[in-house]
Design a protein around this ligand. Sequence first.
Ligand code: NAD
Ligand code: DAU
Length: 348
Amino acid sequence: MRTVMVTGGCGFIGSNFIHYLLKNCDVKVVNFDALTYAGNLENLRDVEQDKRYAFIKGDIADAAQVSGALERFEVDSIVNFAAETHVDRSILTPDAFMSANVMGTQRLLECARVYWSLAPGDKNCRDYRPGVRYIQVSTDEVYGSLGMEGKFCEDSPIAPNSPYAASKAGGDLFVRAYCETFGLPAVVTRCSNNFGPYQFPEKLIPLIIYNALHHREIPVYGDGRQVRNWLYVEDHCSALCRVMREGTIGEVYNIGGDTEESNLNVVRTVLRMLDRPESLIRFVADRPGHDRRYAMDYTKLRGHTGWSPLYSFEKGLERTVQWYLANERWLETAADQEFQTYCKMMYT
Ligand code: NAD
Ligand code: DAU
């Protein structure tokens, strides 16, 4: 049975991915996560007893911790979700993004190279254990911002606008360099905005739900007409599985949804679903460097693997809102003291 190390598995997409893997694939899973403010062991409480699952608290920027886990669990694949992920926090504290997303990615790559290489001491060796794979989970934000027309393709220029996006682009470029220089069997995926269960309430959709449930105002940046290309998280997970199995080494694959929606429409729709008034909407100062529009062309992934999203935006949003309503305790625990302090600083 293959062993997949999921880094950042206690976060939003990572925990959904672990659930997806254990349900749909015959693999063992090692969840390697530093448990930052965004990491939550509650997300995986229901699989803790599964014999195919193990959790290790560790930092991808710590080579000794990473190498120890690779050796102990005889890891065949790494799917790297571990990152600082919130654009607004990257404006407040860019250094943390450099450490986790650039240096962390490089250290992880180096540990993988050494552990999987057939001659670890020889930097010219391009031979690795059979079947090993490194998947870098990246983002559409590395391409920057679009106007009203067009979509990002894999060969669109890299033009990040926020410290978060720049740090993710830096990570991607290290993956490319490890493929080219050392022949490391790696693939990069770039996905659009995800939504679904277990998303930390700093992000737009869970923030709307949390604030609306507490009858608090919903902060909408600028004119609220920025457009995001939403994808239900389970569809992202199924795309990543396809890439793990069928992706071509050295390639980049875009992953995206079929829906483009303005922030204001998203806020109005969620308020309607929760039976809350639009008077809760409060327009606030725009995010500096705010990207206007994202849209992903995922023709390449569909052509290589046949993948396309199963959930419409409406169906995914309905499931998401229902999940948060059924898991209010999870939401209240996630929205802890650190989160309340962050919100006060960000929004007042
Ligand atoms: P998240 O913030 O919910 O979770 C990140 C997880 O990484 C947390 O569990 C945290 O503890 C862990 N982590 C952070 N730094 C770490 C480190 N140095 N070592 C080990 N673990 C560390 O993030 P998410 O929204 O689930 O995003 C996961 C990945 O997917 C990220 O790489 C992100 O860039 C990418 N991505 C996210 C989206 C999205 O819409 N959320 C879209 C495209 C790509
Ligand atoms: O596109 C993929 C990216 O999507 C991921 O790489 C990031 O990790 C993820 O955080 C997300 O980035 P965004 O900045 O697009 O997501 P966020 O939920 O922060 O914001 C979505 C949109 O809503 C964006 O245009 C900013 C706006 N917004 C956000 C917040 C938190 C508001 O108007 N008000 C808010 O309070």
